[in-house]
Design a binder for this molecule. Structure first.
Ligand code: BGC
Length: 347
């Protein structure tokens, strides 16, 4: 990849020389050397299960290309040990900065330690790496995401029996989401308006496990008035279980990520809300910051996040609650999904 980049630079420099005076160069050819070596970034993904991660990856690669940086990518398939091995591989390949989406926010501390030994800086992307000397963190406020999810469900069902179908316990975001949700639910639980009848994490955020959680509860014959599902994947699982009991569209369900299928469910009325996280901005920031770190420039951040060990300089981006009423002004307006994809007859 480096070779391709050098070749490209050489072409550009030569083309530039050829342009002077509008004639082809007649003197000795210029020995083209880029002024700077391209920054080499490693991207270590915890998973590619959800639709968003492939988009994150593509946006990161696109931004890096724009800025003349090179990215090598690894995907750990929800396996913390594999992610460690892959991070080591990237470090050995000579990356200057690692952007990590940790599968396990605690275990990934070892990646930071290993990277630092090799003089490689680490940015936690979307998910925090805890108890480590992490260099930077870029994300969305997941507590706010949790509040947005709960608010939208409570707006439809202010009272009743609720299921909380959480994210993966290994992911700090799942805890933050739960905290945010409980900021809205707890006063209602205390007043007796809402009863939490299901409250579970979902290993690896797996939709089939979320399906089982809701299916098992409904199998008892008890009623359900609202479902707070941590993301669109778990929402899909929950809605499948509701569907089997003829309850899809009758019980409000939340999610996050603005996955295409979730946006379609908003239109169909089987999902109440999704939370859109503008991941192009996140990807752009991550690459900007990676380049700053690689060049020892002060990174531009807008907050700090305590990870249990240090206050990590952070760049946080605002999430947006999306219902069928503002799909056009958010997801479609941003080009995240097109009108046709969401509403089109071909879907
Ligand atoms: C992300 C969500 C995603 C989930 C499952 C979380 O850390 O914030 O956007 O749906 O992981 O991959």
């Amino acid at each position: 990849m480096k070779k391709t980049f050098f070749a490209l630079m050489a072409c550009l420099v030569l083309a530039g020389a050829g342009c002077v005076g509008g004639t082809a160069p007649t003197t000795t050819p210029v020995t083209a050397e880029p002024k700077e070596t391209p920054v080499f970034i490693g991207l270590s993904l915890g998973t590619l299960r959800e639709e968003r991660w492939a988009t994150d990856r593509d946006f990161i690669i696109e931004r890096a290309k724009q800025l003349g940086a090179v990215v090598n990518v690894e995907n750990a398939n929800s396996d913390a040990d594999k992610q460690m091995e892959q991070a080591e591989k990237l470090i050995n390949q000579g990356v200057q900065v690692l952007i990590v989406v940790p599968h396990d926010g605690e275990k990934a501390a070892a990646i930071v330690e290993r990277a630092h030994k090799a003089g490689v800086k680490v940015i936690a992307y979307d998910r925090l790496i805890k108890n480590s000397d992490l260099d930077l963190y870029v994300s969305f406020d997941s507590v706010k995401v949790g509040r947005m999810e709960a608010e939208a469900v409570v707006a439809v069902a202010p009272k009743g029996d609720y299921a909380y179908v959480g994210g993966a316990e290994t992911d700090n975001n799942a805890t933050l989401l739960k905290n945010g949700t409980m900021q809205i639910l707890q006063p209602k639980v205390d007043s007796g308006d809402i009863k939490l009848v299901v409250d579970e994490f979902t290993p690896n955020w797996q939709p089939d496990l979320a399906y089982k959680t809701v299916k098992n509860y409904l199998a008892t014959g008890k009623k359900l008035d609202g479902v707070i599902a941590a993301n669109d994947g778990t929402a899909f699982g929950a809605i499948q279980a509701l569907k089997e009991k003829g309850l899809a569209g009758k019980v409000p369900v939340s999610g996050q990520d603005a996955e295409l299928s979730a946006c379609q469910r908003l239109v169909d009325g089987t999902q109440t809300v999704t939370v859109y996280k503008p991941i192009r901005s996140l990807a752009d920031q991550a690459v900007n910051l990676a380049i700053a770190l690689a060049k020892d420039r002060a990174p531009t951040v807008n907050s700090v996040t305590n990870n249990g060990k240090i206050d990590v300089p952070s760049f946080m981006i605002d999430p947006v609650a999306v219902t069928k009423d503002n799909l056009m002004d958010t997801v479609v307006k941003d080009g995240f999904h097109s009108y046709d994809e969401i509403y089109g007859a071909s879907r």
